[in-house]
Ligand binder design. Structure first.
Ligand SMILES: Cc1cc2nc3c(=O)[nH]c(=O)nc-3n(C[C@H](O)[C@H](O)[C@H](O)COP(=O)(O)OP(=O)(O)OC[C@H]3O[C@@H](n4cnc5c(N)ncnc54)[C@H](O)[C@@H]3O)c2cc1C
Length: 452
């Protein structure tokens, strides 16, 4: 039998290291490129693989939480990095936290010892685009500039629009049942289309109070390299507010065309909430990306009529992040639609977080190994955490695509209504694990050779 094609993996971070291991585990040789220490990123401090650049937490280990479910599926699928994380865990209550130095030391050692993985310490600036080379791009949120330019070229769609982004601007999300519906109303601007938006109307006094609180609120401190040149179309609300008392009323809080059906009048200002998911159990505050401390957001945003007791599922954020518009570019097997021999993994493919990055590395590695050995990779079932994450990054609305963590929001609803949230999550996990185990049995995730 012909020996399988080699897989090139760019970036030995969380995703790239796991991907290389998954290839080797299936008897497929991998060439793993890492630019550190020759060139480093603004956040990495060492030359070790899988360096955790900030917190040392791999999130909850509490049974029947969404991060636990994803880790449980990763364990079943043979994640090497998760195994090392558990071996290097430090006490952290219900979370899986690791000794970061020991974690990346063991990942580096484990990957370096593997005979089927060849390590190349160099910055990659070009992606081979011939059909016989399989490449996984796993260069993370701080991909080097030269490679970013190359990826931008690769990701330019027929409309000539590059689908590579350089920062996240995230609007806060609230739980639907925490909105005071007596104070808000449904309407579309100028009654165009269906009345899908929830509008929070403000009187002049309410607006002034909100405006003053916003200007006085504390922002997150930024490191020098994080300082962003904001696009005018995506300014944080506190920055818009600094430009004048009325600027917000001509921007994201514009009330024109939003007649309140209860009074027949247009309010002084309005905040619009847009449905976040099909279940309509969460809504995002349109255009409310901001850089305030989370506690400050809770305080200031609760001054919006209807949101006095809102429960926030996510706060607004703006941070540097290199990621592609996956819904426009990728299939659920993480292959590019236009170049199926090129796969993306880790933060750059539109997931957020350490565990999600390792998870997509695992999937991309297994899929690349399948391609290298002449099989067609298949995505995991939709009901699983893996399947839901991949479904989100490849099927979300591509116009406003934002990277995501694994949450129950991404999982499909059960086919019957279960009111109790804990019980609902327990049933979703039970279903996901059953379907994942069934899918694993004959799937590409089963290694063709024993782990070394
Ligand atoms: C400052 C910061 C803090 C974060 N904090 C957290 C956190 O606390 N918790 C959390 O869950 N997530 C956090 N994240 C998000 C994310 O989980 C991590 O960035 C995670 O490391 C992403 O994994 P990755 O494998 O995609 O990328 P990385 O782990 O960054 O790996 C990418 C690798 O590619 C290499 N590389 C880049 N360009 C090239 C090139 N041209 N050629 C060769 N090699 C290259 C880099 O040196 C790096 O080793 C943070 C992100 C940032 C930027």
């Amino acid at each position: 039998m012909e020996s399988p094609t080699e897989v090139r993996i760019i970036g030995a971070g969380l995703a790239g290291s796991e991907a290389a291991w998954q290839c080797a585990r299936r008897g497929v040789a991998a060439e793993l490129f890492e630019m550190r220490p020759l060139r480093t990123t603004p956040a990495h401090q060492t030359d070790a693989f899988a360096e955790l650049v900030c917190s040392n937490s791999l999130k909850s280990e509490s049974v029947n939480t969404a991060p636990w479910l994803l880790k449980e599926e990763m364990r079943q699928a043979g994640s090497r990095l998760l195994e090392i994380a558990r071996e290097t865990a430090v006490p952290a209550g219900h979370a899986l936290a690791v000794d970061r130095a020991e974690f990346s030391r063991q990942v580096t050692e484990s990957i370096s010892r593997e005979p089927l993985i060849t390590i190349r310490r160099k910055e990659v600036t070009e992606v081979e685009n011939d059909p016989t080379t399989i490449t996984i791009i796993a260069t993370g949120p701080l991909t080097s500039d030269a490679l970013s330019r190359e990826i931008a070229r690769l990701c330019t769609t027929v409309s000539d629009k590059s689908q590579l982004y350089f920062y996240d601007s995230i609007s806060p999300i609230v739980e639907a049942d925490s909105i005071d519906m007596d104070k808000v109303y449904l309407a579309a601007r100028y009654d165009k289309g269906s009345a899908d938006y929830i509008n929070c109307p403000m009187s002049r006094d309410e607006y002034d109070r909100f405006y003053d609180a916003l200007l006085a609120a504390q922002s997150v401190e930024q490191k020098d390299w994080e300082k962003l040149n904001y696009f005018e179309s995506c300014l944080p609300i506190e920055e818009i507010a600094r430009r004048g008392r009325d600027t917000l009323r001509f921007g994201p809080m514009k009330p024109v065309g939003l007649k309140d059906p209860r009074t027949g009048r247009i309010p002084y200002a309005a905040v619009q909430l847009r449905q976040e998911n099909l279940r309509a159990d969460s809504y995002n505050l349109v255009g409310f990306q901001n850089h305030l401390k989370f506690g400050e957001q809770a305080r200031v945003l609760s001054l919006i009529p209807g949101l006095e007791n809102a429960r926030f599922l996510r706060y607004g954020q703006i941070h540097r992040n290199t990621y592609i518009n996956s819904p426009a570019l990728l299939t659920p097997t993480l292959q590019m639609k236009a170049h199926p021999q090129v796969l993306f993994a880790g933060q750059i493919c539109g997931v957020e977080g350490y565990v999600e990055s390792i998870a997509t590395g695992l999937m991309a590695g297994a899929n690349a190994a399948a391609l290298a050995t002449g099989s067609q990779p298949e995505p995991p079932p939709r009901a699983t955490a893996f399947g839901s994450l991949l479904h989100y990054i490849t099927r979300a609305e591509s116009r406003n695509f934002q990277p995501a963590n694994i949450t129950f929001d991404l999982l499909p609803a059960l086919d019957r209504k279960v009111r109790d949230r804990k019980e609902r999550h327990r049933l979703q996990c039970e279903l996901a694990l059953r379907e994942f185990a069934e899918w694993l049995r004959p799937s590409a995730l089963q290694p063709t050779s024993a782990a070394p």
